[in-house]
Ligand binder design. Structure first.
Ligand code: SF4
Length: 213
């Protein structure tokens, strides 16, 4: 909840400061908003995030009788997402991250900027798709039997692809193992407009995640 719109290093620094000053979730729930604001002042819009953080903890505490998200483990992933997103300041990226990276370990898709860009170029989603729309479109395309570990591998592979080949400014389409199914590549090849540089026609081996190699 504190990381939105903020560089990862800054978010991590604020999280560390919170952990250093606040002993437990209950203390954070009961801390004055001004104190939370001071501890997370380096992130973007701390004036909104501080009260949201406190309100979320108060909501969980009041509705569940304790500060535990274990009740989400009983729910299907879609229902758990809807439940989390009722909280102010929690969108699809945060809800998916909570369900995937916590001990709940649900098989949900984390839509980041790499996945948005790659999926749009492949033609799977609109270039203007929101994170929520992208999630709703892409999630049904993934194998139903996938578990959280499979989602982790998928996330790391798409990130690797986005960092090495399908880069933001100049994608290296000529080296891309999925270029023949990519609408962006096929469109660029048809038009040869030069708007999507094709750097090489040299075929390369498919990307392999280090843990799968
Ligand atoms: S062909 Fe180019 S635009 Fe398409 S996925 Fe590969 S690198 Fe990205």
């Amino acid at each position: 909840m504190i990381g939105g719109l903020t560089h990862g290093d800054v978010s991590l620094g604020c999280y560390t400061r919170l952990r250093d000053h606040i002993r437990c979730w209950e203390d954070l729930r009961d801390a004055p908003v001004a104190e939370i604001h001071e501890l997370i002042r380096s992130v973007e819009i701390p004036e909104k995030k501080a009260p949201r953080l406190k309100a979320a903890l108060q909501f969980v505490s009041a509705s569940q009788g304790s500060l535990s998200l274990d009740f989400l483990g009983e729910m299907p992933a879609d229902a758990a997402i809807i439940r989390l997103e009722k909280l102010d300041g929690i969108g699809r990226k945060t809800s998916a991250a909570v369900l995937k990276f916590s001990t709940l370990r649900k098989a949900v898709l984390l839509v980041d900027t790499h996945l948005l860009r790659v999926a749009a170029r492949l033609g799977l989603i609109s270039r203007k798709a929101s994170i929520e729309k992208a999630y709703d479109t892409l999630m049904p395309l993934l194998p139903g039997q996938w578990e959280a570990d499979d989602m982790d591998n998928h996330h790391q592979l798409i990130k690797l692809h986005g960092q090495t080949l399908c880069r933001p400014a100049v994608p290296k389409c000529g080296c891309c193992p999925v270029r023949e199914v990519c609408s962006c590549f096929r469109s660029a090849r048809r038009s040869r407009s030069g708007s999507r540089p094709i750097q090489s026609d040299r075929p390369v081996a498919p990307l392999r995640h280090p843990r799968l190699a």
